[in-house]
Ligand binder design. Structure first.
Ligand code: NAP
Ligand code: ZN
Length: 336
């Protein structure tokens, strides 16, 4: 009998405890990964806290997984035993609908998340559909690769969707796990980057990562200085912000793209701002398999790796506390 040893929250908001479970039998397309690293994304905290009212307990978080293939089903041809792979937020999809066939498996109505309704990567092993495991470029360090698989593709996909390049001006709100990867990728794409943050101490590092400008994300006077400047704003914060002022920092036809979900049911701004200047508000949900593969090639070619702090996986609770307190610089990766 196979038993997977993991760490789980047994109730909403609870500290993680040792937890073992028996995985489902390996299907023909499935693989078992022996996990070496798992990044901690803020979505793991939303899952532990049931922020989205969709968590099931025991909740094993962790969806920025790197490890090696330990077992595989009979239909898996693209991977080999012992091969190093990465897995992000998504563990499967139907692979038959128009969205899947168009490369947007992340939008598939039957898509399944790695650690929502399933047990995630804070564990010694995991079983998932092998078609959602990505071979990692040999030059990419395993710990540095982990955060790319969720956070990395989440910021990269909208840059590509909105055609960001060397003449673009882009704002990044929140310089955490997602935000710092966004700055580095945007700089590699040649864009002008402005970082908005609540943490003045992050300024020197944000500038060193490639931001041209750094401003307070909550002081309207500072935000106003950027009126009419941005083609794209990537908001990586799960907080209520002054959207009216931010919308006015967009150029004509500019886009405010939400990656973090602001709390509550209502987002307030004058609708006239969507007409004058033809501004848009949208969101972006991780990325499909093709864009994940493209992102891995992009970061390898341009040497754009996350700035990580490593901790042993057994110290996951201490790591979660640091993430909750906004003390991480800039992504925590747990190692087994
Ligand atoms: P993170 O590392 O904690 O970074 C979030 C940053 O937001 C913080 O570092 C902080 O940056 C800023 N912040 C925190 N509280 C704030 C507040 N009250 N007001 C303004 N800014 C605040 O989190 P992450 O892992 O990057 O994830 C960010 C969000 O993206 C999470 O909500 C997560 O669920 C979501 N997410 C979405 C997707 C998707 O597919 N759309 C994928 C992954 C994650 P400063 O110190 O610079 O202010
Ligand atoms: Zn994530």
């Amino acid at each position: 009998m196979t038993v997977i040893k993991a760490q789980a929250a047994l109730a909403k908001g609870a500290a993680l405890e040792d937890f073992s479970y028996q995985p489902e039998e390996l299907g023909p397309n499935d693989i078992e990964i022996e996990i070496s690293h798992c990044g901690l994304c803020h979505s793991d905290i939303h899952l532990i806290d049931d922020s989205w009212s969709r968590s099931k307990y025991p909740q094993v978080p962790g969806h920025e997984i790197v490890g090696t293939v330990g077992a595989m089903g009979s239909a898996v041809k693209h991977l080999e035993l012992g091969q190093r792979v990465g897995v992000g937020w998504q563990r499967s999809a139907c692979l038959e609908c128009d969205l899947c066939l168009g490369g947007e498996e992340n939008l598939c109505p039957r898509q399944q998340a790695t650690c929502m309704g399933h047990h995630g990567g804070l564990a010694d092993r995991i079983r998932i559909d092998g078609r959602f495991a990505f071979a990692l470029p040999p030059d990419l360090d395993s710990a540095a690769a982990a955060p790319l698989l969720c956070g990395g593709v989440t910021v990269y996909a909208p840059m590509r969707r909105y055609g960001i390049g060397a003449t673009s001006s882009v704002a990044v709100i929140g310089i955490g796990g997602l935000g710092h990867m966004a700055i580095r990728m945007l700089r590699a794409l040649g864009a002008e980057v402005t970082a908005f943050s609540t943490s003045p101490d992050k300024k020197p590092e944000a500038l060193a990562m490639g931001a041209h400008d750094f401003a307070s994300s909550t002081d309207a006077r500072e935000i106003r200085k950027h009126f009419g400047r941005f083609d794209l704003i990537l908001s990586t914060v799960a907080a209520r912000l002054d959207w009216t002022t931010y919308l006015q920092t967009l150029r004509a036809n500019g886009t405010l793209c939400l990656l973090g979900i602001p709390p509550g049911m209502i987002m307030q701004f004058p609708p006239s701002l969507l007409i004058t200047g033809q501004r848009s508000i949208t969101g972006s949900d991780i990325g499909g398999r093709a864009i994940i593969r493209e992102m891995l090639r992009f970061v390898t070619r341009h040497g754009v790796v996350p700035q990580i702090q490593r901790m042993p996986m057994v110290e996951a609770n201490a790591a979660l506390t640091r993430l909750r307190q906004n003390q991480v610089r800039y992504r925590l990766v747990l190692e087994r």
